[in-house]
Design a protein around this ligand. Structure first.
Ligand code: ASP
Length: 370
């Protein structure tokens, strides 16, 4: 009798996770509505130190306006019957052309004062993908990433070779000065100055009474949280994810990387599986944040894997992934969407520029945590 009981107990413990997983799958299925195929569209404009204290009402209005324009343009593409890839490219191009974001015009500067742009795109239907990195003259890197996916036999092209391919594809090239903006240039100068001061201080060349650096002289500094005090060398990357009328998912990301990055550094944005991933069976993801951490965790693919192997709903998978990023010491955020149009947004930074189309087909723009 005892033996039978213990065998039964073992069986129950063994089967419990299987049933739990099945129940969770059913949960996802219930949200599907084949009679009413749902279009889905979400964008982000980067995560980082964005708080009400450091964003003027005018600047905030500018961001909101541009995010709304981009999310509506992508959604319109979907309403017009275009593909999820078209919608992603459309919205990202708008943000690349705006100096507000760290992508295309307005990209941040490398340590040696250049702009080096990265981008990628992925088709959830075919798992085809295209990525580019280290571009210096391509006006819209997302369009080149898409050309790599659709018109070359490769997935990733970098530097001069990628630009040679852009020329062959007749994709618009611009002089390096096109990407220059005063705000990004000042950010680089500020960081370089702080770095130098920190170095000098270490060498003992700064007197004891002198404040640590000019940032600390600012009265606002004393009221800032520890996160706000971090150097403003990131973020502002842009990304988009879409679900079209045929149920196909797509994801894309575009960035100038991180201010003061060493020449040649490549972040997560152009790495398929880190900054961008799409699979019709699971989800589409675009990430933003401290790229080194996102690469090491394979963030976008890991979210998909959690949905595939553990049947986690998209929001839970996104939250679990951002927790992993935080536990490792990184920060940033993700936008994700499953094949039914359910949205998952998660970030551990002060804010993340983001916008999506809600279930009534209306645009919603958000910036802060609350
Ligand atoms: N993830 C980007 C990078 O590391 C930066 C960002 O998202 O702002 O290049």
């Amino acid at each position: 009798m005892k033996k039978i009981l213990s065998v039964l107990l073992i069986l129950i413990f063994w089967l419990l996770p299987v049933f739990a997983q099945k129940a969770s799958f059913e949960g996802i299925k219930q949200r599907q509505s084949p009679q009413n195929p749902r279009l889905g569209f979400v964008i982000h404009g980067g995560a980082g130190v964005i708080s009400r204290a450091n964003l003027t009402p005018e600047k905030e209005a500018e961001y909101r306006k541009k995010l709304e324009e981009a999310v509506l343009a992508g959604y319109k593409a979907l309403q017009d019957g275009k593909t999820s890839l078209d919608a992603v490219e459309t919205a990202i191009r708008i943000m690349e052309d705006s100096p507000l974001f760290n992508a295309g015009k307005g990209a941040v500067f490398t340590n040696d004062g250049k702009n080096e742009l990265d981008s990628s795109i992925m088709d959830g239907k075919t798992l085809a993908a295209g990525a580019v990195a280290g571009l210096r003259h391509v006006k819209n890197p997302i369009t080149l990433a898409r050309a790599v996916m659709e018109k070359s036999e490769h997935v990733m092209m970098v530097g001069d070779g990628a630009e040679k391919f852009a020329k062959e594809m007749k994709i618009e090239l611009v002089p390096e000065k096109y990407f220059w903006t005063a705000e990004r240039w000042d950010s680089l100068q500020k960081i370089l100055k702080e770095e130098k001061e920190a170095k000098d201080k270490k060498k003992g060349t700064v007197s004891q009474n002198e404040p640590e650096n000019f940032l600390m002289k600012n009265p606002v500094y004393a009221q800032m949280t520890e996160t706000e005090k971090l150097p403003p060398n990131r973020f502002g990357t842009v990304g988009a994810i879409a679900l079209d009328k045929n149920g196909n998912l797509a994801a894309g990301t575009s960035t100038g990387g991180m201010t003061n990055k060493k020449y040649g550094r490549v972040g997560d944005a152009p790495i398929i599986g880190a900054g961008t991933f799409a699979n019709n069976n699971t989800c589409a993801v675009s990430a933003t944040g401290w790229g080194e951490y996102f690469i090491r965790l394979g963030v976008a693919r890991d979210i998909s894997a959690m949905m595939e192997y553990r049947a986690l709903p998209v929001q839970q998978a996104a939250d679990a992934e951002i927790k992993k990023v935080g536990d490792l010491g990184g920060d940033g955020g993700v936008i994700a969407m499953d094949k039914f149009g359910n949205i998952g947004i998660s970030f551990n930074s002060e804010g993340m520029y983001r916008a999506f189309i809600n279930s009534e087909g209306k645009p919603v723009v958000e910036i802060y945590k609350d």
